[in-house]
Write a protein that binds this ligand. Structure first.
Ligand code: SF4
Ligand code: SF4
Length: 215
């Protein structure tokens, strides 16, 4: 069986809600070694009606663990099939960034657009997703990149942000994140909250309030 089909069969059975494939051969420095990125997606269901940052942090953590198990299994499958691979986990640094942009790969694969809140927004689940990316050495059939924001005139996340970190611009491909979001303001607010509450805290109000995919 061809490796493309094997991968598709594996992912169809995996516990992810959706996945997307993008061509990363032009993304530096990753494109030198890897040809495709596979974005794996889980739909986060917080199970709470009212925003609660302490609870949100726990929910995010549990979905990260779930995703880690899925990517570990997927990576082992790829290695057994002699496909060079590298898993990029969700873990962020102090600038709220990952070493490889999950969002960039997701947009290139056609899974969604970047919202005014600088998060990936999907038509089905809004921003309520957990992503992981697996880079692979094989060239796989890629999805159609999304090139337009569907936020339109919506400003719900902009006005809901407690520290006015969201600048209110509609995303365009290639736009740097700082044009959408003041990530320092966002991170500092969360650090202040954590100190006050003496607990881990994930603000995520802009994640919680987005009407796309809200059920
Ligand atoms: S996480 Fe909170 S502080 Fe940060 S941008 Fe979203 S709403 Fe604003
Ligand atoms: S709340 Fe509105 S503006 Fe913000 S990301 Fe969602 S759709 Fe876009």
């Amino acid at each position: 069986m061809h490796i493309n089909l094997k991968i598709a069969r594996f992912l169809d059975k995996a516990e992810v809600i959706k996945y997307g494939i993008s061509n990363i051969s032009k993304i530096k420095p990753w494109g030198k070694k890897y040809k495709s990125a596979i974005t794996l997606m889980l739909n986060i269901k917080p199970g709470i009606k009212k925003h609660d940052g302490v609870m949100m942090d726990r929910v995010f953590h549990s979905y990260s663990l779930k995703m880690r198990n899925i990517t570990d299994e997927f990576s082992a499958f790829l290695t057994n099939n002699k496909v060079q691979n590298k898993v990029i986990h969700f873990k962020q640094n102090l600038r709220l960034m990952t070493p490889f942009s999950h969002k960039k790969a997701a947009v290139l694969s056609g899974l969604g657009w970047i919202g005014k809140n600088a998060l990936l927004v999907t038509p089905e689940f809004g921003p309520r997703v957990r992503l992981a990316t697996v880079l692979v050495g094989a060239k796989l059939p890629a999805g159609k990149p999304v090139t337009k924001s569907k936020c339109g005139d919506c400003e719900i996340c902009v006005v809901s942000c407690p520290v006015k970190a969201i600048k209110g611009k509609n995303w365009k491909p290639g736009m740097p994140r700082h044009e959408l979001l003041d990530s320092k303001r966002c991170k500092q607010m969360m650090i202040r909250k954590e100190k006050k509450l003496k607990n881990d805290y994930a603000c995520a109000i802009c994640w919680f309030v987005c009407p796309h995919g809200a059920k």
